[in-house]
Design a protein around this ligand. Structure first.
Ligand code: UDX
Length: 434
């Protein structure tokens, strides 16, 4: 039987969970303190850019199964299941800030009129679900509830696809009653034979961190190999492709680039190190990954400087500001390091991104934002490709050459064909192409 679910937080994770779970036939109330956002959502407008999300949003609003509200108390009272999907941003010491989670837990305790299952979707440090249980017992002694950990593995830009066709669904639980409820919530995924991992709260929490830390390590590994390859005159593309032919390695996540960014990898790797420190367990591998990734981001500025000589008085066209393609998210984007480096060394920036310019302008209002990639290229001395948007892959190099003053390209994602670029008169530097 479908469930009445309250999803607290309508950010990335909360919004996708709200539209996805209602599409599964559940009745959803998405809650947020931001009135403007709630109004937009009820009108079928997504506050974030994510392919497909508005289609699902509109469809489920129309079906009557999905609504959004600012009234957290009433929404909790009416629900059988409460999903916590609020932010857990890193504090200065790398530890996840759980103050938003704690305030939701308080609201749940105050409005616990019946048995409810409290599901943590936000990525939280190991031990948090047990802590939620203790807090609930403290705030609502003797009341009937269960706590479940259900970490999210969505990739931005592919979030709806990932929600409806996940590689696996992980559910940390402690009571059969809660397991039955979660089975109903995700009945639609059971029907299409998605693997379910039923495990303890701590195991579920650590699966999420272990997965993200591993992927961050894999990227960092190939980035360092790329740096070595370009120095010794080898080609990382062939190396990565050949490594990937070994089934134990797999070809995925072996694309070298300007360093990983986004809302998960930087935050989650820091949190793993923090958890290791807390329990006295050596996490030096992940600590090195974090350092190496910071160096990779900084390396892009050094590469550009080597390529063009002095930055003084130059104009640099930066194509791509989002941390990856198909998103307007700029959290921990490698573009920050490049833009900061370029500006601090005395050059001017003309930037373009198909989706992320508004967000970027809030942090860097002083650079010039252009309507098209060609406007950004006009009279520039060099081009830096930062995000792998499809439209940049097929950049018209003939037109680019005519528009630009200089002929340098730093391609941090190896998007362009080096031979063709050379033919068109460019001096192109990629990553890991010796
Ligand atoms: C990631 C995880 O994939 C997802 O499971 C988790 O829920 C959240 O974190 P996301 O941050 O959306 O998802 O992006 P992802 O596609 O994984 O890329 C992360 C970063 O790694 C990006 O900066 C991307 O450009 C970079 N990356 C990825 C590489 O540099 N090389 C690769 O081969 C793959």
């Amino acid at each position: 039987m479908s469930k009445k679910i309250c999803v607290v937080g309508t950010g990335y994770v909360g919004l996708i969970a709200s539209v996805g779970l209602s599409d599964f036939g559940n009745e959803i109330i998405g809650v947020d303190i931001d009135e403007k956002k709630v109004k937009m959502l009820n009108e079928g407008i997504s506050p974030i850019y994510e392919p497909g999300v508005e289609r699902y949003l509109k469809r489920n609003l129309e079906s009557g199964r999905l609504t959004f509200s600012t009234d957290i108390g009433k929404s909790i009272q009416n629900a059988d299941v409460i999903f916590i999907a609020v932010g857990t941003p890193p504090k200065d010491n790398g530890e996840a800030d759980l103050s938003f989670v704690e305030s939701v837990v308080k609201s749940i305790a105050e409005n616990l009129n019946d048995y409810k299952v409290i599901v943590t979707k936000s990525t939280v440090p190991v031990g948090t679900n047990r802590w939620i249980k203790e807090k609930m017992n403290e705030f609502a002694p003797g009341k009937d509830f269960d706590v479940v950990s259900n970490p999210e593995f969505l990739r931005e830009g592919k979030a709806t696809q990932d929600f409806f066709h996940p590689d696996r669904t992980v559910i940390g639980y402690e009571s059969e009653r809660a397991k039955d409820v979660m089975f109903e919530v995700y009945r639609a995924l059971n029907l299409i034979s998605v693997p379910f991992v039923w495990c303890s709260l701590e195991t579920a929490e650590l699966i999420k961190y272990a997965s993200n830390a591993f992927l961050a390590t894999k990227i960092t590994f190939i980035n360092q190999m790329a740096n070595l390859a370009e120095t010794v005159g080898a080609d990382i593309h062939t190396i990565a492709k050949t490594m990937g032919m070994d089934g134990r390695i797999s070809p995925k996540f072996l694309h070298p680039g300007p360093g990983y960014g986004g809302s998960c990898f930087p935050k989650d790797t820091m949190a793993v190190v923090q958890t290791g420190d807390k329990y006295g367990i050596d996490m030096s591998l992940i600590r090195s990954v974090i350092e190496a990734n910071d160096m990779q981001k900084a390396r892009m500025v050094t590469k550009l400087e080597k390529l063009i000589g002095s930055f003084q008085g130059k104009t640099i066209a930066v194509l791509g500001l989002a941390f990856k393609a198909e998103t307007d998210d700029i959290r921990d984007t490698p573009a920050f390091n490049l833009v900061e480096g370029i500006l601090s060394k005395g050059a001017k920036i003309q930037a373009h991104d198909p989706q992320a310019m508004d967000n970027f302008a809030e942090v860097y209002p002083q650079i010039e934002y252009c309507k098209s990639e060609f406007d950004a290229l006009k009279d520039s001395d060099a081009l830096v490709l930062v995000t792998e948007w499809n439209e940049y892959r097929n950049l018209n190099l003939r037109k680019a050459k005519e528009l630009m003053k200089g002929n340098f390209i730093l391609d941090t994602r190896n998007l362009l064909d080096p031979e063709l670029a050379k033919e068109r008169g460019f001096i192109l530097e990629g990553v890991g192409k010796g």
